[in-house]
Ligand binder design. Structure first.
Ligand SMILES: CC(C)(COP(=O)(O)OP(=O)(O)OC[C@H]1O[C@@H](n2cnc3c(N)ncnc32)[C@H](O)[C@@H]1OP(=O)(O)O)[C@@H](O)C(=O)NCCC(=O)NCCS
Length: 204
C-alpha cells in the first residue's frame, strides 16, 4: 500500500481535506476550535504562500495525511495575516460568539512567533497528521523525511517543532527522527515541548 502513496505539494483545492484530517487529529486544540471554515482558509493560504512548505500524502487522489512547515514562522504568519486580515478575523470573531475563550487563545497565537525562544531555529515544522484510518503505515514517516529534504534543499540544517507535552505518541515519533528537547514553555495554559532537529551531518 505504502508504495502507492504519493507525497505531493499541497494544492489549494485539497485544503478542505487537510482541514478535516487536522480536526480529526488535533481534537481540543486551539486551531481545531476555530472550526472547519477557518482551517480550510488557513491551509489554502498556506498552499499559496511562498513562505510555507506544505505536502500531502495521496492514495488514489485521496488526501490521507499532510505536513506543513516554514523557513520562518514569523514571516509566514505575517504574509497570510496581511493577505486575508478581514476574512480570518471575521471567522475568529464568529467562532468567539459561541466560544469566547478563542479570543484569548488567538491573542497568544498572534504573540507566539515573537515569544519563541531566540535560541530556537527559525525553520519550523508546523503541523503533521495522518488520517486515523491510515496510521502506523509509515505515512507520517515519509511526510517528515520529505519535509526535511525540502528544508535542507533550501540550505537550512536546523528545524524546530512544538508538541503538547501530553502528546506522548508524537514525542516518541519525533525522537525517532532525532529531534531533541530544547525548552519547555506554556501556550494556552498547557506545557509545550520545543524540540530541535540538527540535520547537519546526516541526510534525513
Ligand atoms: C504522529 C502521526 C502523524 C504519525 O503518523 P503515522 O503515519 O502513524 O506514523 P508512522 O507510521 O510513520 O510511525 C508510527 C509512530 O507514530 C507515533 N504514534 C502512534 N500513535 C500516535 C498517536 N495517536 N499520536 C501521535 N503519535 C502516534 C508513534 O511514535 C508510532 O510508532 P510506535 O507506535 O512504534 O511508537 C500520527 O500518529 C498522527 O496523525 N497523530 C495525531 C496528530 C499529531 O499528534 N501530530 C503531531 C503533533 S503536530
Amino acid at each position: 500500500m505504502n508504495n502507492s502513496v504519493d507525497i505531493q505539494p499541497l494544492e489549494p483545492h485539497q485544503a478542505a481535506a487537510v482541514a478535516r484530517i487536522h480536526q480529526l487529529s488535533q481534537e481540543g486544540t486551539f486551531l481545531t476550535s476555530l472550526g472547519h471554515a477557518f482551517l480550510t482558509l488557513l491551509y489554502k493560504e498556506m498552499s499559496l504562500s511562498r513562505q510555507c512548505l506544505a505536502f500531502v500524502a495521496l492514495l488514489d487522489d485521496e488526501v490521507i495525511g499532510f505536513i506543513t512547515g516554514t523557513l520562518s514562522t514569523g514571516e509566514m504568519f505575517k504574509e497570510i495575516a496581511l493577505k486575508r486580515p478581514f476574512q480570518l478575523t471575521w471567522l475568529v470573531f464568529k467562532r468567539a460568539l459561541t466560544r469566547p475563550s478563542v479570543l484569548w487563545q488567538a491573542a497568544q497565537t498572534f504573540a507566539y512567533p515573537g515569544q519563541a525562544n531566540h535560541t530556537l531555529p527559525e525553520a519550523e515544522l508546523l503541523s503533521l497528521a495522518v488520517d486515523p484510518r491510515w496510521r502506523n503505515r509509515h505515512i507520517g514517516g515519509r511526510l517528515i523525511v520529505h519535509l526535511h529534504q525540502m528544508v535542507q534543499r533550501a540550505g537550512v540544517s536546523q528545524i524546530t517543532v512544538t508538541v503538547d507535552a501530553a502528546n506522548e505518541g508524537a514525542l516518541r515519533f519525533y525522537r525517532r527522527y532525532k529531534y531533541r528537547h530544547a525548552v519547555t514553555t506554556t501556550l494556552y495554559g498547557r506545557p509545550m515541548e520545543h524540540l530541535v532537529l540538527d540535520m547537519s551531518g546526516h541526510d534525513d
